[in-house]
Design a protein around this ligand. Structure first.
Ligand code: AMP
Ligand code: MG
Length: 397
């Protein structure tokens, strides 16, 4: 048997690094910046007012109250800005350029709000309520460095410094294929012996949540010729093929039968669930084959696909957050295998460690219990039982 870590490395190596491309900001959410990007402008690009109020010379309002003539009116967006003459005020709005000659802004709340003359009630120190050019970002410096994950703040900054596109690692395109003659798509009624297909939506949504694209072939019957005929022509268009089902030890293992000898290796991994796995290349395209049981599919995604896809797309933090927690009940685990159990983790304020309890048994068909889980409890290879109160490692989902 191959270890979980070794298989994870193989799958990660198989995917390599995604190519770099330039995408419009709106298409770059969640992706990783592939190169440093420089600020094309300073932020703010010019000295401007932080308040709605009046631009003045601080020395003209050293004694208050004082009344000054309002010589100009400066809304945000005004381009031509007149100089402020001594002994006058300009009414100014938040974000509008500071007139040359002014060195302070008095907020409107500290005035009578006058339009031709303004009565100013409070003094201001030089620099008051002025946002200086470049105090956030200086033109020509690195605004966002390579490796940054583009979340809302990062995309906002990219837009603010004038970028329309950013260099990112390509969102990988994954073809998700479910196999099994028993699979039926709703709303078709089930006949005895059939089940509704559920793996493809799980995998596709999990894959998309990483910023990848997913195409789906909802179900292929357990027939080698049919599998090849349907899937092979679609390979040219994708970066990765992920299948579920048809890889274990029975007869009619369509994926195993179709891809053995084609560049895909089938192996047994020391884990539960998710033991039977395969990976390799088919017509040069990376392939990861997962077992069919729904819980095995999601655990395999967590153990292999998630870290490999994230790494390929330039992420450095590819692991789920790991915490220690005390078990609420005893559990058994098969010796020699790493067991992943669905769990529910809670952590009360002031406690050093949280607590965790299993949700559902180890059976890999028990999908309902996964919907109540917020973590995976990891029982290592050298552990065959744990007691209530024992500390275990938990992966937060
Ligand atoms: P297999 O790995 O093909 O032997 O499938 C293992 C178990 O998972 C069987 O009970 C299958 O019916 C079930 N299964 C396989 N693929 C799917 C799927 N796409 N959706 C729901 N259950 C599946
Ligand atoms: Mg099957």
């Amino acid at each position: 048997m191959i270890s979980v870590d070794a298989h994870r490395e193989t799958v990660t190596g198989l995917l390599g690094n995604a190519p770099v491309l330039r995408l419009p900001l709106a298409s770059a959410a969640g992706l990783v910046l592939a190169e440093d990007v420089l600020a094309g402008v300073s932020l703010p690009p010019f000295d401007n007012s932080a308040m709605d109020g009046y631009a003045v010379r601080a020395e003209d309002i050293a004694e208050t109250p004082v009344t000054l003539p309002v010589a100009d009116d400066i809304p945000a967006g005004r381009i031509e800005i007149a100089k402020l003459e001594p002994g006058t005020a300009h009414r100014i709005m938040t974000g509008a350029p500071l007139p040359p000659g002014a060195d302070a802004v008095v907020m409107v709340e500290h005035t009578d709000g006058g339009v031709t003359d303004v009565r100013i009630l409070r003094t201001a120190v030089p620099g008051a309520h002025i946002r200086r050019r470049g105090e956030d970002v200086v033109e020509g410096t690195v605004a966002l460095s390579a490796g940054t994950v583009l979340g809302p703040a990062q995309l906002g900054l990219a837009a603010a410094v004038g970028l329309a596109e950013v260099p990112v690692y390509k969102p990988l395109k994954v073809l998700v294929v479910s196999t099994g003659t028993e699979l039926v798509d709703a709303p078709e009624p089930l006949r005895h012996g059939q089940i509704y297909e559920s793996n493809s939506i799980m995998l596709a949504s999990a894959i998309r949540s990483l910023g990848c694209e997913a195409d789906v072939v909802r179900s292929v019957v357990d027939d080698v010729a049919e599998f090849r005929a349907v899937i092979e022509p679609r390979l040219a268009d994708v970066d990765l093929l992920v299948t579920s089902g048809g890889v274990s030890a029975g007869a009619y293992e369509v994926v195993k039968d179709a891809l053995t000898g084609q560049g895909v290796e089938f192996r047994k991994i020391a884990m539960q669930p998710g033991g039977p796995q395969g990976c390799g290349r088919w017509n040069g395209v990376p392939v990861v084959t997962l077992p069919g049981n729904p819980v095995s599919v999601l655990v395999s995604f967590e153990a292999f696909l998630r870290p490999a896809l994230l790494a390929a797309m330039g992420h450095t933090g590819v692991d789920r957050q790991k915490v220690r927690a005390r078990l609420t009940e005893a559990m058994k685990s098969p010796a020699g295998r790493r067991q992943f159990r669905r769990g529910f983790y809670t952590h009360s304020e002031g406690e050093v460690t949280g607590i965790v309890g299993p949700r559902g048994g180890p059976g890999s068909h028990l999908l309902a219990s996964f919907t109540q889980a917020n973590c995976l409890i990891v029982l290592p290879e050298d552990v065959d039982s744990v007691e209530q109160g024992d500390e275990v490692t938990v992966l937060l989902l």
